[in-house]
Design a protein around this ligand. Structure first.
Ligand code: NAG
Ligand code: NAG
Ligand code: NAG
Length: 220
C-alpha cells in the first residue's frame, strides 16, 4: 500500500508538472546550458555593440556638425576680415586698386609738384609696372598733357631713381627722351617720357588707401 501511494504521488507530481519544454531546456545536459549561456552572452554583446555603434555614429555626427559650424564661423570671419578692405579716398582723389590718386589741375615745376603732394600727405606717383602705367594712363582724359611722377634722373649714379630710393628697372618700364641732369619723368595718355624738371606741367600724387576703421581716433 505504501508503494502504491508513493507511486500515485509521483504520478501526480509528474502529471501536474507544467509543460516540460522550458524545464528541459534549463535543466538539460551541461553542454546544453553552456550553449544557452553562450547564446545569451552573444545576444547581450550584440546589443551592446549595436548601442555602442549607434552612440559612436551619433557622437561623430554631432562632432562633425560642430566642426562644420566652427568652419562656417571661421569662413564668415574671414569674409569680414579678408574681403576687399573698405576704403575711402579723399574728395577729388581717384581710387585705383590700393591707392588714391590726385591729378593736379595746376601746372608747376616738378619740384613744386613734389612739394604740393607732400602738403597733401602724399608723394608723387610711383608706378610698379606696365600694367599699372596703362591703368593710370586710362584715367587721363586729355591728350598732350604731361603729368610729373616720382622719378628723376640722379647724378652721381646717372640713373633714373624713384623717390622711394629704388632705381628704375628698365626691363619693366622704359622711359623715352633725354637722360641727363635735371631730367624728370612724366606720363601722358600715351607716353612715359623725360622732360626738364623746370618745365611747367601737371603732376600726380598718390597715397595708399587706409581701412575705414583706422580713421577712428579712438583706435589709436
Ligand atoms: C581663415 O583665415 C585663417 C587665417 O587667416 C586661415 O588659417 C584659414 O585657413 C581661413 N579659413 C578659410 C575657410 O578660408
Ligand atoms: C619704389 O617704387 C618702385 C616703383 O613703384 C618699386 O618698383 C620699388 O619696389 C619701390 N621700392 C621700395 C623700396 O619700396
Ligand atoms: C630727384 O629727386 C630727389 C628726391 O625728391 C631729390 O632729392 C633730388 O634733388 C632730385 N634730383 C634732381 C637732379 O633734381
Amino acid at each position: 500500500m505504501d508503494r502504491q501511494v508513493t507511486y500515485a504521488d509521483l504520478k501526480l507530481s509528474r502529471d501536474s508538472s507544467p509543460p516540460s519544454l522550458p524545464q528541459d531546456v534549463c535543466q538539460g545536459p551541461p553542454w546544453h546550458r553552456f550553449a544557452l549561456k553562450l547564446a545569451c552572452t552573444g545576444v547581450i554583446l550584440l546589443a551592446f555593440t549595436v548601442i555602442g555603434l549607434s552612440a559612436t555614429v551619433i557622437f561623430l555626427r554631432q562632432k562633425s556638425s560642430i566642426e562644420k559650424s566652427s568652419v562656417d564661423v571661421q569662413e564668415k570671419r574671414n569674409e569680414t576680415t579678408e574681403r576687399p578692405i573698405p576704403v575711402k579716398c579723399p574728395m577729388h582723389w581717384h581710387p585705383l586698386q590700393e591707392k588714391c590718386l590726385f591729378f593736379s589741375r595746376d601746372i608747376n615745376t616738378w619740384h613744386d609738384g613734389t612739394a604740393d603732394c607732400s602738403t597733401q600727405e602724399s608723394s608723387l606717383l610711383l608706378i610698379q609696372d606696365q600694367e599699372e602705367l596703362k591703368l593710370i594712363q586710362n584715367l587721363i582724359d586729355t591728350e598732350a598733357i604731361l603729368y610729373g611722377i616720382g622719378l628723376n634722373f640722379t647724378l652721381p649714379q646717372k640713373k633714373w631713381k624713384w623717390i622711394n630710393g629704388s632705381f628704375l628697372n628698365s626691363n619693366i618700364l622704359q622711359i623715352t627722351g633725354d637722360a641727363k641732369e635735371d631730367s624728370c619723368a612724366y606720363i601722358s595718355q600715351k607716353s612715359f617720357v623725360s622732360e626738364d624738371c623746370n618745365t611747367d606741367n601737371r603732376w600726380i600724387c598718390q597715397k595708399y588707401l587706409k581701412p575705414l576703421g583706422n580713421e577712428c581716433p579712438d583706435s589709436r
